[in-house]
Design a protein around this ligand. Structure first.
Ligand SMILES: [Ca+2]
Length: 350
């Protein structure tokens, strides 16, 4: 029996639609169950190997100087690749943890940017709800009808800050070894000044992430020794690397210099003002610059910093920025749940 042509086409489409909906639902259910199983197994800390006792401050490793091919060729903002000299320096071997940041806050009574109300004079366009103290938090989307708009998985959550990474009702209890998040460049500078260190430049950071090697052709594959996203972002994460969300620091093998999590886990702030490509270089930021004071000539985006390394949300289909040469802009006064930092120190080598 043949149905009239129009009706047959309609039924075929309805059938395909049903199959597609059922397949998506099954995939989501499988992925949720799979993720829950992994969540229960995720460690709250990972063991750091002992460090040689020659560092000027605990937890720092020496990054020897050299010449770096800064940048990459995957996204426009990484080009052109430029040869940049980098002098030797010290770098924290892990991202700054909640425990480390808590010690700073306890000693200094510092209040982070996310814990303060947003300055209405600076952001007159924002609705009152977004001027409350808070941060932008990743929330797994349940509705993808917006065709890939990031607003489906990023939400401004009032009350989200470094102590409450997901907002009210969440906490960092038991998560002292996790990287601190929901911090801004101002917060990172405050921590670094307190510790007697500084923030790395983009070139320093990238050179260190490459293991102090002038790699002409960087590896573009999704790394296995890093906390990233395996699967189709943002709907399905197979959690092959063992972590659905953030991981404690140092759960993956370090690079050749002994640095952990340079790629993945959290994006890391650098002191460099963001420029849209390497054709426009930020000035050599040798001095400790207050965020509002850093306005290099030629920089198009004022009020944004370069962040590096990608995060646990980077997937092959969405943000292939789990590479040393990748970079992204970050608003100076916006705290985000996938962003942290580590500090550097310019001092004589071992
Ligand atoms: Ca992961």
């Amino acid at each position: 029996m043949r149905l009239p042509r129009g009706l047959g086409t309609k039924r075929r489409w309805l059938g395909l639609l049903m199959v597609s909906i059922l397949a998506s639902a099954a995939w989501l259910l499988w992925s949720e169950k799979h993720s829950e199983r992994h969540l229960r197994q995720e460690p709250l800390s990972c063991k750091l190997p002992p460090l040689p006792g020659n560092a000027p401050l605990p937890g720092m490793v020496w990054v020897p100087g050299g010449s770096l091919a800064l940048g990459d060729t995957v996204y426009a903002e990484e080009s052109p690749v430029r040869q940049v000299p980098v002098a030797g320096f010290w770098l924290d071997r892990t991202e700054v943890t909640n425990d480390e940041f808590a010690a700073f806050v306890q000693a200094s009574a510092y209040v982070t940017v996310a814990e303060r109300a947003v300055d209405a004079a600076k952001h007159p366009e924002l609705p009152p709800a977004m001027r409350l103290p808070g941060a932008v938090v990743f929330v797994s989307p349940t509705d993808l009808s917006g065709r890939g708009s990031p607003t489906q998985w990023w939400r401004y959550v009032a009350g989200a800050d470094w102590r409450h990474p997901g907002g009210p009702g969440t906490s960092i209890a038991g998560r002292g070894a996790f990287p601190v998040v929901n911090v801004t460049i101002e917060d990172a500078w405050a921590y670094a000044r307190w510790k007697g260190t500084t923030l790395p430049t983009e070139a320093q950071w990238e050179w260190a992430a490459r293991g102090a090697k002038n790699q002409a052709l960087p590896d573009h594959e999704q790394p296995t020794q890093a906390n990233t996203w395996q699967g189709l972002f943002p709907v399905a994460n197979s959690v092959k690397d063992g972590f659905l969300g953030l991981a404690p620091v140092a759960c993956f093998a370090p690079n050749a210099l002994g640095l952990f999590d340079m790629i993945g886990n959290v994006w890391e702030l650098t002191r460099d003002v963001y420029t849209p490509s390497h054709a426009v270089l930020a000035p050599a930021p040798l001095e400790d610059q207050a965020p509002s004071a850093a306005r290099p000539s030629g920089a198009v985006s004022v009020g944004q910093r370069v962040i590096k390394g990608g995060s646990f949300l980077c997937a092959p289909n969405y943000c292939m920025r789990y590479r040393a040469g990748a970079r992204q802009a970050q608003d100076d006064d916006l705290a985000v749940s996938h962003l942290g930092f580590r500090t550097a120190l310019v001092a004589p080598g071992p």
